[in-house]
Design a protein around this ligand. Structure first.
Ligand code: GLN
Length: 304
Protein backbone atom coordinates (compact mmCIF):
# COMPACT_ATOMS: atom_id res chain seq x y z
CA UNK A 1 0.00 0.00 0.00
CA UNK A 2 1.51 3.33 -1.05
CA UNK A 3 0.31 5.48 1.85
CA UNK A 4 2.37 8.51 0.82
CA UNK A 5 0.72 8.65 -2.60
CA UNK A 6 -2.76 8.16 -1.12
CA UNK A 7 -2.45 10.94 1.46
CA UNK A 8 -1.00 13.30 -1.18
CA UNK A 9 -4.01 12.63 -3.41
CA UNK A 10 -6.35 13.15 -0.47
CA UNK A 11 -4.61 16.42 0.42
CA UNK A 12 -4.93 17.74 -3.15
CA UNK A 13 -8.57 16.76 -3.50
CA UNK A 14 -9.55 18.34 -0.19
CA UNK A 15 -7.72 21.55 -1.09
CA UNK A 16 -9.53 21.72 -4.41
CA UNK A 17 -12.91 21.57 -2.67
CA UNK A 18 -12.18 24.88 -0.96
CA UNK A 19 -14.17 23.88 2.14
CA UNK A 20 -14.75 26.56 4.73
CA UNK A 21 -15.72 26.54 8.39
CA UNK A 22 -15.01 28.75 11.39
CA UNK A 23 -12.11 28.61 13.82
CA UNK A 24 -13.12 28.22 17.47
CA UNK A 25 -13.54 31.65 19.07
CA UNK A 26 -14.88 30.75 22.52
CA UNK A 27 -11.25 30.17 23.46
CA UNK A 28 -10.08 33.52 22.03
CA UNK A 29 -6.45 32.50 21.63
CA UNK A 30 -7.43 29.65 19.27
CA UNK A 31 -8.85 32.24 16.87
CA UNK A 32 -5.36 33.64 16.27
CA UNK A 33 -4.08 30.63 14.28
CA UNK A 34 -3.75 30.75 10.50
CA UNK A 35 -6.99 29.05 9.38
CA UNK A 36 -5.52 27.84 6.07
CA UNK A 37 -3.14 25.34 7.63
CA UNK A 38 -3.75 21.72 6.77
CA UNK A 39 -1.61 18.67 7.48
CA UNK A 40 -1.87 14.89 7.44
CA UNK A 41 0.48 12.35 9.04
CA UNK A 42 0.00 8.60 8.85
CA UNK A 43 2.12 6.20 10.90
CA UNK A 44 2.10 2.48 10.11
CA UNK A 45 2.84 -0.29 12.56
CA UNK A 46 6.46 -0.59 11.43
CA UNK A 47 6.92 3.02 12.51
CA UNK A 48 7.10 4.46 8.98
CA UNK A 49 5.84 8.03 8.83
CA UNK A 50 4.03 9.50 5.82
CA UNK A 51 3.20 13.19 5.82
CA UNK A 52 1.85 15.99 3.68
CA UNK A 53 1.17 19.73 4.14
CA UNK A 54 1.58 21.24 7.60
CA UNK A 55 2.14 17.90 9.27
CA UNK A 56 5.16 19.09 11.24
CA UNK A 57 3.54 22.23 12.68
CA UNK A 58 2.52 21.95 16.36
CA UNK A 59 -1.15 22.71 17.08
CA UNK A 60 -3.49 22.74 20.07
CA UNK A 61 -4.76 19.18 20.57
CA UNK A 62 -7.61 20.24 22.90
CA UNK A 63 -10.08 17.37 23.44
CA UNK A 64 -7.88 14.81 21.71
CA UNK A 65 -5.94 14.80 25.01
CA UNK A 66 -9.01 13.18 26.58
CA UNK A 67 -7.97 9.90 24.98
CA UNK A 68 -4.57 10.10 26.67
CA UNK A 69 -6.05 10.96 30.08
CA UNK A 70 -8.63 8.20 29.83
CA UNK A 71 -5.85 5.74 28.95
CA UNK A 72 -3.91 6.82 32.04
CA UNK A 73 -6.74 6.18 34.50
CA UNK A 74 -8.48 3.24 32.79
CA UNK A 75 -6.14 0.54 34.06
CA UNK A 76 -5.73 2.21 37.45
CA UNK A 77 -9.39 2.41 38.39
CA UNK A 78 -10.59 -0.42 36.13
CA UNK A 79 -14.34 -1.10 36.33
CA UNK A 80 -14.81 1.37 39.25
CA UNK A 81 -14.45 4.17 36.75
CA UNK A 82 -17.63 3.16 34.98
CA UNK A 83 -19.79 3.89 38.01
CA UNK A 84 -18.71 7.55 37.68
CA UNK A 85 -19.00 7.95 33.92
CA UNK A 86 -21.12 6.12 31.35
CA UNK A 87 -20.17 4.78 27.93
CA UNK A 88 -23.09 6.01 25.82
CA UNK A 89 -22.99 8.51 22.97
CA UNK A 90 -24.30 11.87 24.13
CA UNK A 91 -26.12 13.15 21.05
CA UNK A 92 -25.55 16.57 22.60
CA UNK A 93 -22.90 19.29 22.28
CA UNK A 94 -19.64 18.56 24.10
CA UNK A 95 -20.20 21.23 26.74
CA UNK A 96 -23.87 20.55 27.53
CA UNK A 97 -24.91 21.39 31.08
CA UNK A 98 -28.56 20.34 30.73
CA UNK A 99 -27.71 16.69 30.10
CA UNK A 100 -25.59 16.46 33.23
CA UNK A 101 -28.39 17.68 35.45
CA UNK A 102 -30.91 15.45 33.75
CA UNK A 103 -28.68 12.41 34.34
CA UNK A 104 -27.91 13.29 37.96
CA UNK A 105 -24.23 14.03 37.68
CA UNK A 106 -23.10 10.90 35.81
CA UNK A 107 -21.72 12.10 32.46
CA UNK A 108 -22.70 10.19 29.34
CA UNK A 109 -19.14 9.33 28.36
CA UNK A 110 -15.50 10.26 29.08
CA UNK A 111 -15.10 12.43 25.96
CA UNK A 112 -17.75 15.10 26.54
CA UNK A 113 -16.43 17.83 28.82
CA UNK A 114 -18.30 16.66 31.94
CA UNK A 115 -16.94 13.11 31.52
CA UNK A 116 -13.44 14.36 30.80
CA UNK A 117 -13.56 16.45 33.97
CA UNK A 118 -14.39 13.30 35.97
CA UNK A 119 -11.42 11.58 34.32
CA UNK A 120 -9.14 14.53 35.15
CA UNK A 121 -10.44 14.44 38.73
CA UNK A 122 -9.53 10.73 38.90
CA UNK A 123 -6.14 11.59 37.42
CA UNK A 124 -5.57 14.16 40.19
CA UNK A 125 -6.46 11.55 42.83
CA UNK A 126 -3.83 9.21 41.48
CA UNK A 127 -0.99 11.52 40.38
CA UNK A 128 0.49 14.29 42.48
CA UNK A 129 1.79 16.19 39.46
CA UNK A 130 -0.97 15.29 37.05
CA UNK A 131 -0.17 17.82 34.30
CA UNK A 132 3.46 16.74 34.14
CA UNK A 133 2.45 13.08 34.18
CA UNK A 134 0.16 13.64 31.19
CA UNK A 135 2.88 15.31 29.16
CA UNK A 136 5.43 12.67 30.20
CA UNK A 137 2.98 9.99 29.12
CA UNK A 138 2.36 11.54 25.70
CA UNK A 139 6.10 12.05 25.21
CA UNK A 140 6.63 8.39 25.98
CA UNK A 141 3.90 7.35 23.53
CA UNK A 142 5.44 9.50 20.80
CA UNK A 143 8.94 8.17 21.56
CA UNK A 144 10.43 11.62 22.14
CA UNK A 145 10.02 14.85 24.09
CA UNK A 146 7.55 16.72 21.96
CA UNK A 147 4.71 18.06 24.13
CA UNK A 148 4.58 21.73 24.98
CA UNK A 149 1.80 23.54 26.82
CA UNK A 150 0.82 26.83 25.23
CA UNK A 151 0.35 29.21 28.19
CA UNK A 152 -1.66 31.74 26.14
CA UNK A 153 -4.17 29.07 25.09
CA UNK A 154 -4.37 27.71 28.62
CA UNK A 155 -4.96 31.13 30.17
CA UNK A 156 -7.34 32.13 27.42
CA UNK A 157 -9.49 29.10 28.19
CA UNK A 158 -9.16 29.62 31.92
CA UNK A 159 -10.37 33.21 31.58
CA UNK A 160 -13.38 32.08 29.59
CA UNK A 161 -13.95 28.78 31.36
CA UNK A 162 -17.37 29.49 32.85
CA UNK A 163 -19.08 26.45 31.34
CA UNK A 164 -16.38 23.99 32.40
CA UNK A 165 -16.30 25.56 35.85
CA UNK A 166 -20.07 25.19 36.07
CA UNK A 167 -19.83 21.54 34.99
CA UNK A 168 -17.18 20.81 37.61
CA UNK A 169 -19.22 22.37 40.43
CA UNK A 170 -22.27 20.49 39.21
CA UNK A 171 -20.32 17.23 39.43
CA UNK A 172 -19.22 18.21 42.93
CA UNK A 173 -22.85 18.85 43.90
CA UNK A 174 -23.64 15.30 42.77
CA UNK A 175 -20.65 13.97 44.77
CA UNK A 176 -18.94 12.82 41.61
CA UNK A 177 -15.83 14.97 42.10
CA UNK A 178 -13.22 14.31 44.80
CA UNK A 179 -10.61 17.03 44.43
CA UNK A 180 -10.52 20.80 44.55
CA UNK A 181 -12.41 22.17 41.54
CA UNK A 182 -9.88 24.90 40.64
CA UNK A 183 -6.99 22.46 40.89
CA UNK A 184 -8.65 19.94 38.56
CA UNK A 185 -9.67 22.66 36.10
CA UNK A 186 -6.07 23.83 35.96
CA UNK A 187 -4.94 20.33 34.97
CA UNK A 188 -7.82 20.05 32.48
CA UNK A 189 -7.01 23.39 30.78
CA UNK A 190 -3.34 22.42 30.74
CA UNK A 191 -3.86 19.10 28.98
CA UNK A 192 -6.24 20.73 26.50
CA UNK A 193 -3.56 23.38 25.77
CA UNK A 194 -0.91 20.79 24.89
CA UNK A 195 0.54 21.16 21.42
CA UNK A 196 1.78 18.41 19.14
CA UNK A 197 2.50 17.99 15.45
CA UNK A 198 0.40 15.60 13.37
CA UNK A 199 3.35 13.16 13.32
CA UNK A 200 3.76 13.03 17.08
CA UNK A 201 0.01 12.91 17.67
CA UNK A 202 -0.35 9.99 15.25
CA UNK A 203 2.55 8.23 17.00
CA UNK A 204 0.89 8.78 20.38
CA UNK A 205 -2.20 6.95 19.07
CA UNK A 206 -0.23 4.09 17.52
CA UNK A 207 -0.79 1.73 20.48
CA UNK A 208 -4.54 1.88 19.82
CA UNK A 209 -3.95 0.51 16.33
CA UNK A 210 -1.69 -2.18 17.76
CA UNK A 211 -3.72 -3.99 20.45
CA UNK A 212 -2.37 -1.74 23.20
CA UNK A 213 1.38 -2.13 22.47
CA UNK A 214 3.32 1.02 21.52
CA UNK A 215 6.25 0.48 19.18
CA UNK A 216 7.52 3.97 20.12
CA UNK A 217 7.37 3.47 23.89
CA UNK A 218 8.36 -0.18 23.36
CA UNK A 219 5.92 -1.51 25.93
CA UNK A 220 2.33 -2.55 26.39
CA UNK A 221 0.44 0.62 27.31
CA UNK A 222 -2.90 -1.08 27.96
CA UNK A 223 -4.15 -4.63 27.51
CA UNK A 224 -5.65 -5.68 24.20
CA UNK A 225 -9.09 -5.67 25.83
CA UNK A 226 -8.70 -2.09 27.11
CA UNK A 227 -7.45 -0.93 23.71
CA UNK A 228 -10.56 -2.38 22.10
CA UNK A 229 -12.78 -0.54 24.58
CA UNK A 230 -11.03 2.80 24.09
CA UNK A 231 -11.50 2.34 20.34
CA UNK A 232 -15.18 1.51 20.85
CA UNK A 233 -15.61 4.70 22.88
CA UNK A 234 -13.88 6.76 20.19
CA UNK A 235 -16.10 5.27 17.52
CA UNK A 236 -19.33 5.92 19.42
CA UNK A 237 -18.45 9.14 21.31
CA UNK A 238 -15.33 10.68 19.73
CA UNK A 239 -17.17 13.36 17.76
CA UNK A 240 -19.93 14.34 20.20
CA UNK A 241 -23.22 14.85 18.39
CA UNK A 242 -21.52 14.06 15.10
CA UNK A 243 -20.25 10.60 16.10
CA UNK A 244 -22.83 8.81 13.95
CA UNK A 245 -21.98 10.93 10.95
CA UNK A 246 -18.24 10.27 11.39
CA UNK A 247 -18.84 6.51 11.66
CA UNK A 248 -21.04 6.70 8.55
CA UNK A 249 -18.64 8.79 6.46
CA UNK A 250 -15.26 7.53 7.72
CA UNK A 251 -15.79 4.37 9.77
CA UNK A 252 -12.71 4.62 12.01
CA UNK A 253 -12.40 5.14 15.77
CA UNK A 254 -11.22 8.71 16.23
CA UNK A 255 -11.22 11.79 18.41
CA UNK A 256 -11.54 15.44 17.50
CA UNK A 257 -10.55 18.67 19.22
CA UNK A 258 -11.61 22.29 18.74
CA UNK A 259 -8.05 23.16 17.71
CA UNK A 260 -9.03 21.47 14.42
CA UNK A 261 -7.23 18.18 14.93
CA UNK A 262 -8.56 14.66 14.46
CA UNK A 263 -6.63 11.54 15.46
CA UNK A 264 -7.91 8.16 14.28
CA UNK A 265 -6.79 4.56 14.03
CA UNK A 266 -7.24 1.70 11.62
CA UNK A 267 -6.69 -1.29 13.92
CA UNK A 268 -3.76 -3.51 12.89
CA UNK A 269 -2.75 -1.09 10.14
CA UNK A 270 -2.03 2.53 11.08
CA UNK A 271 -2.78 5.62 13.15
CA UNK A 272 -3.35 8.99 11.52
CA UNK A 273 -3.64 12.63 12.57
CA UNK A 274 -5.18 15.32 10.39
CA UNK A 275 -5.29 18.99 11.28
CA UNK A 276 -6.94 22.06 9.86
CA UNK A 277 -8.36 24.75 12.18
CA UNK A 278 -11.69 25.58 10.54
CA UNK A 279 -14.57 23.77 12.23
CA UNK A 280 -18.16 22.89 11.39
CA UNK A 281 -21.01 23.85 13.72
CA UNK A 282 -20.44 20.70 15.82
CA UNK A 283 -16.87 21.77 16.58
CA UNK A 284 -15.13 19.27 14.30
CA UNK A 285 -12.58 20.13 11.59
CA UNK A 286 -14.22 20.39 8.18
CA UNK A 287 -11.11 19.48 6.19
CA UNK A 288 -9.96 16.73 8.55
CA UNK A 289 -13.27 14.90 8.32
CA UNK A 290 -13.36 15.26 4.54
CA UNK A 291 -9.76 14.02 4.30
CA UNK A 292 -10.47 10.93 6.38
CA UNK A 293 -13.58 10.14 4.36
CA UNK A 294 -11.59 10.33 1.13
CA UNK A 295 -8.82 8.25 2.68
CA UNK A 296 -11.03 5.31 3.67
CA UNK A 297 -12.76 5.50 0.27
CA UNK A 298 -9.43 5.36 -1.55
CA UNK A 299 -8.06 2.57 0.66
CA UNK A 300 -11.36 0.68 0.33
CA UNK A 301 -11.31 -0.29 3.95
CA UNK A 302 -12.39 1.01 7.32
CA UNK A 303 -13.57 -0.76 10.43
CA UNK A 304 -16.50 -2.03 8.42
N1 GLN B 1 -10.77 22.71 26.02
C1 GLN B 1 -11.98 22.61 25.26
C2 GLN B 1 -13.18 22.74 26.18
O1 GLN B 1 -13.14 22.26 27.26
C3 GLN B 1 -12.00 21.30 24.54
C4 GLN B 1 -13.24 21.09 23.72
C5 GLN B 1 -13.01 20.31 22.46
O2 GLN B 1 -11.90 20.21 21.96
N2 GLN B 1 -14.09 19.80 21.91
O3 GLN B 1 -14.18 23.32 25.84
Amino acid sequence: MNYQQVIEEVYQEVQEKNLRGKVATYIPELASVDPNQFGIALVDLEGNVYGVGDYEVPFSIQSISKVHTLTMVFHVFKSKLWSRVNVEPSGNPFNSIAQLEFEKGIPRNPFINAGALVITDALCSKFEHATKQVSDFINELAGKTCVSINPSVKNSEKNHGERNTALAYFLKAYKNFDNDVEEVLDVYFSHCAMELTCVDLAKSFSFLANDGYSIFAQREIVSESHARRINALMLTCGFYDEAGEFAFRVGLPGKSGVGGGVAAVMPHKFSIAVWSPELNEKGNSVKAIQALELLTDKLSFSLF
